[in-house]
Design a protein. Structure first.
Ligand code: FES
Length: 129
């Protein structure tokens, strides 16, 4: 099918926006909150809100908070993944709004992940039961 000039222009614009979006994301810290049904049931909504609130309060410009669907680890919900450029992803589990404050203060602001809240720590705990 032959597309009209307008259509092509639309497509080009979308592609550019997409690129711009990815560029922005690549530069900052990305906080991804799992918001599938089980995440929400486990309390992901207040966790997400708390992140947004803390980030606004501290006026952190290079941080974005986004939501995603199922992360595939129901029993660890609410789950939050933190992506920093050139660093390994950190996965926080069983998050609560209280934990969010600490994660923002120590990890997002000072660059020190809060190990006791990560999936690695949880798994170790379970393995040593
Ligand atoms: S349904 Fe629970 S993590 Fe996907």
């Amino acid at each position: 099918m032959i597309k009209s000039i307008q259509e092509l222009e639309e497509i080009r614009k979308k592609a550019l926006e997409e690129l711009e979006f990815r560029k922005q994301q690549g530069e900052g810290i990305r906080i991804v909150v799992g918001m599938a049904t089980c995440g929400i049931a486990a309390g992901a909504r207040p966790v997400m809100l708390k992140f947004v609130e803390e980030i606004q309060k501290r006026n952190l410009k290079n941080v974005t908070v986004v939501q995603t669907g199922c992360i595939g680890l129901c029993k660890y919900e609410p789950i939050v993944e933190v992506y920093e450029p050139n660093k390994e992803k950190v996965t926080y589990v069983k998050m609560t709004p209280e934990k969010v404050s600490k994660v923002v203060a120590e990890h997002i602001v000072n660059g020190k992940p809060v190990y006791e809240y990560t999936i690695g720590y949880e798994e170790n705990k379970e393995a040593n039961k």
